[in-house]
Design a binder for this molecule. Structure first.
Ligand code: C5P
Length: 293
């Protein structure tokens, strides 16, 4: 076994998500605040004897081929620097973030691989360059590299650091059915009068460190086009369980509820298992993908 680097890759939630237009490349222009969460994947990247890129995952449903974002991130990193690593790159994924959930699972794994390769191959380029490489791999990859609390004002590469979210507990519940991101955007485009969200109340809440105001500003314009009934049932259940606010994250299908009280959040989480395939209690974190070993 050669050198290896292990990275913690936090997921994200969208506290607010508005769509303000379309880019020439077809991607949607967002006005969204993303928040990193303590629920994370663990990725180990190693340099082994031989050549090529190999990946393995503890979840059989996740493809470990060239369609996986970790493979695309490795290729993008090596191509950007015209690098021959002189070894086989082996990537081991331990998944905790559910897929097709809107929690940035694939993007944060790609971000983790870029952070790992930067150190493993002694490149030590800046985070701005890693974000530039990452944006070609997936729209949310730059955010997952930097993490924290950030407002996005295009498809994902223009980010503005916001004041941190006040301490709270996040209950995340994911229905059995997932939602594909391209399909969610396509359904939004098919609407004759698509919904819009006012992001200012949430931004004001962040600047005032006022959790109640943040929660009253949580809104996602992709929520009405979610074709998974349990999204709405879970949101109702989480609000009835005492959350200050609840919203679908990104393109769904996970719902995030914000609680001040941990016991209340735990009690509510137990109830959500009647509808959710998976549910987690986590907290906001102020960092993106970081090396732990
Ligand atoms: O970049 P990523 O792989 O996350 O995006 C998946 C798909 O979601 C894109 O191919 C595009 O159809 C859609 N998308 C979009 N606008 C965004 C982000 C994603 O239309 N801002």
């Amino acid at each position: 076994m050669g050198k290896s680097v292990t990275v913690t890759a936090p997921g994200k939630v969208n506290l607010v998500l508005d769509i303000t237009g379309r880019q020439p490349d077809g991607y949607h222009i967002l006005d969204s605040v993303m928040q990193s969460i303590s629920l994370s994947d663990t990725i180990t990247v190693s340099c082994m004897d031989g050549r090529g890129i190999y990946s393995s995952c503890d979840q059989p449903r996740i493809p470990c081929d060239e369609n996986n974002l970790v493979y695309k991130a490795t290729r993008a990193f090596l191509d950007y620097f015209f690098l021959d690593p002189g070894c086989a790159i082996s990537i081991d994924l331990q998944k905790r973030l559910p897929i097709e959930a809107g929690l940035g699972g694939g993007s944060t794994d790609a971000a983790a691989v870029l952070i790992a390769l930067n150190v493993l191959l002694n490149v030590y380029t800046g985070l701005d360059t890693l974000c530039k490489i990452g944006e070609k791999v997936g729209a949310d990859v730059p955010f997952c590299i930097l993490g924290g609390t950030r407002r996005i004002t295009d498809s994902g590469s223009t980010m503005h650091q916001m004041p941190p979210m006040p301490y709270c507990y996040l209950l995340i519940a994911k229905p059995e059915a997932g939602i594909s991101t391209p399909q969610a955007f396509a359904r939004y485009d098919a609407l004759t009068s698509p919904a819009r969200a006012d992001t200012t109340p949430l931004l004001h809440g962040l600047y005032a460190a006022d959790l109640k105001q943040i929660c009253s500003g949580m809104h996602n314009v992709l929520e009405p086009v979610a074709d998974v009934e349990d999204v709405f049932a879970l949101k109702k259940m989480i609000l009835a369980g005492g959350a200050l606010g609840a919203v679908m994250s990104g393109s769904g299908s996970a719902v995030v509820g914000v609680f001040e009280n941990r016991d209340l959040a735990k009690r509510c989480m137990r109830r959500t298992f009647s509808l959710a395939k998976s549910a987690f209690l986590c907290t906001p974190v102020s960092h993106g993908a970081i090396i732990t070993k």
